[in-house]
Design a protein around this ligand. Structure first.
Ligand SMILES: [Zn+2]
Length: 190
């Protein structure tokens, strides 16, 4: 079977990261980011990975990814007369907005304020992708599993997590749910 093209993989991973529940979205976002070529200025996979970290309550990981790209690259040598810093990387508006979200989460308000102010003053505005888990065939089983798990009905939770995995073998929420209960889980897809 021929290997899917990079653009096909990117488009599929983009769809999976923006529509899956948080832990599964983070799993796909890591793959997408690892596969995406570091095109100059193309931060789409990077932005999505950082947003997935934030969604999974890992603001430090998100901040580490984007903070150096939020601001323009500093000039390393004194600028020559007439030089306007030609060739320097510009600050990324999207990275700056994610830094702002991270700083808000971490109560690092003055740091976040500075980054967002600089982006508003000098970066080109852009939209960030929105992560919105959509309903799938696995969703109701996952919901039932979580309610059963929290409601101290582990047998029903195991049954529902297993059904969720039958619908979506890559659903990390169901894997980790079974692990939390101490249950072995069915083997993954080959
Ligand atoms: Zn960026």
């Amino acid at each position: 079977m021929p290997r899917p093209s990079t653009s096909h993989l990117s488009s599929r991973l983009r769809q999976l990261t923006t529509s899956s529940p948080p832990a599964t979205a983070l799993f796909y976002a890591r793959i997408w980011y690892a596969l995406s070529a570091p095109f100059d200025g193309d931060h789409e996979a990077l932005h999505v990975l950082a947003l997935c970290f934030l969604q999974c309550d890992q603001p430090y990981s998100a901040l580490y990814l984007v903070r150096d790209l939020a601001d323009a690259e500093p000039e390393l040598v004194p600028s020559r007369p007439g030089s306007s810093g030609f060739g320097r990387r510009k600050g990324c508006y999207g990275c700056a907005m994610i830094v702002g979200k991270c700083c808000d989460r971490l109560s690092r308000y003055s740091e976040g304020k500075g980054v967002v102010e600089r982006a508003l003053a000098s970066s080109t505005p852009m939209n960030l992708p929105s992560l919105s888990p959509s309903l799938s065939a696995a969703t109701p089983h996952l919901m039932l599993a979580r309610l059963s798990h929290k409601g101290k009905a582990p047998e029903q939770a195991v049954e529902a997590y297993t059904k969720a995995l039958q619908e979506d073998p890559w659903l990390w929420e169901a894997f980790t749910g079974l692990c939390d209960i101490g249950e072995s889980f069915p083997s993954g897809p080959n």
